[in-house]
Design a binder for this molecule. Structure first.
Ligand code: IPM
Ligand code: MG
Length: 371
């Protein structure tokens, strides 16, 4: 039996409630599995860390994250931290984790569970059976480019600057991950960028074309303007398989894709670093795509599925436990098929449950699956 170490960073808002349901799932595996034991520790991130330590994540928590087999992250942010200095705002904790651990590849799968095809605002036939993957670059581009500042001009007027920067290496390493993923799926990559107005877009098109030629000529590649991609996602999302894109477009397009699955509360994600040259192990962090949802935080209403599915992705991509990951995905599908719904995916005739009851129902389905 091997021991896997997990760092849990629930963060703020509904992150706290949804992480409690992940702990319930972990407890299930610790009781039932003879393949691996999970050893968990937790720490603060975001506003919670700021309130206690004056920073959005401490060096000690960063060290724990570096050492863990995987980090499971909840959510950060909330209106109570609106006045916090920019460099200490809750989101800074998440951005530091991504940047310092060099988690450049962000996998955001959008899968429409059959039971939820009617929960999307799009028509059933548009989303039914949807299975696409947005691969977002996560450590470069507009999020991290310098200069990034607001300066006051001589006139007294202010001027704000964000800089979008990409190098060949950053684009190439992401494109390779995209082609590798596509090979295990439907073998199709769309590269989304704005090469018609942005120099970074020109470079993205150039580098992805070159990487494709050298590394993955067997994969089908299309380039698509990011605005057109946003439109095509609504018009006919099933034309896509893997969408490879930069940090900012990936942020926007993945929220859009999330709604096709019924709710933002359904979308997990994995953020991966490069494989270690000696061990082959990648640093990794797993988080729901949704945020801290301050409006419903602390009320027990949040959908825990995205966070539980993020834990399943950790089993699949970092912990070599694909069977357990499949089991969780099946348990989620079964709980939905049994008619259980949190408020965000509620439909007529279904049974409305809160965060805890959804977590318990998923564990109940896991128990059924192991018999
Ligand atoms: C996401 C979130 C983050 C982002 C925020 C919380 C900083 O929206 O993971 O998509 O913009 O990347
Ligand atoms: Mg986002």
């Amino acid at each position: 039996m091997t021991t896997k170490t997990l760092l849990l960073l629930p963060g703020d808002g509904i992150g706290v409630e949804t992480m409690a349901e992940v702990e319930r799932v972990i407890a299930f595996f610790n009781k039932k599995s003879n393949k691996a034991k999970f050893e968990t520790s937790s720490d603060l991130v975001g506003g919670a860390a700021y309130d206690k330590h004056g920073v959005a994540i401490t060096d000690a928590a960063m060290a724990k994250a570096d050492a863990a087999d995987a980090v499971i992250f909840g959510a950060v942010g909330g209106p109570q931290w609106d006045a916090v200095p920019y460099e200490h705002r809750p989101e800074a904790g998440l951005l530091r984790l991504r940047k310092d651990m060099d988690l450049f590849a962000n996998l955001r799968p959008a899968i429409c569970y059959p039971a939820l095809a009617d929960a999307s605002t799009l028509k059933r036939e548009v989303v039914e059976g949807l299975d696409i993957l947005i691969l977002r670059e996560l450590t470069g581009g507009t999020y991290f480019g310098e200069p990034k500042e607001i300066v006051t001009l001589e006139s007294g007027e202010k001027r704000a600057v964000d800089t979008t920067v990409y190098t060949t290496r950053e684009i190439d390493r992401l494109a390779r991950v995209g082609f590798d993923l596509a090979r295990k799926r439907r073998n199709k990559v769309h590269m989304a960028a704005k090469w018609n107005v942005m120099r970074t877009g020109v470079l993205w098109r150039e580098v992805v074309t070159a990487t494709h030629k050298a590394y993955a000529p067997d994969v089908q590649l299309e380039h698509i303007l990011a605005d057109n991609c946003a439109m095509q996602l609504i018009r006919n999302p099933k034309q896509f398989d893997v969408i490879v894109t930069d940090n900012l477009f990936g942020d926007v397009l993945s929220d859009e894709a999330a709604m096709m699955t019924g709710s933002l509360g359904m979308l997990p994600s994995a953020s991966l670093g490069a494989p270690d040259s000696k061990t082959g192990k990648r640093k990794s962090l797993y988080e729901p795509v949704h945020g801290s949802a301050p409006d419903i935080a602390g009320k027990g209403l949040a959908n825990p599925i995205a966070t539980i599915a993020s834990f399943a992705m950790a089993l699949r991509y970092s912990l070599d436990m694909a069977d357990a990951a499949d089991m969780i995905d099946k348990a989620i599908a079964n709980a939905l098929a049994a008619g259980l719904r949190t408020g965000d995916i509620m439909q007529p005739g279904m049974t409305k449950v809160g965060t805890t009851d959804m977590g318990k129902a998923i564990v109940g389905q896991l128990e059924n699956l192991v018999g």
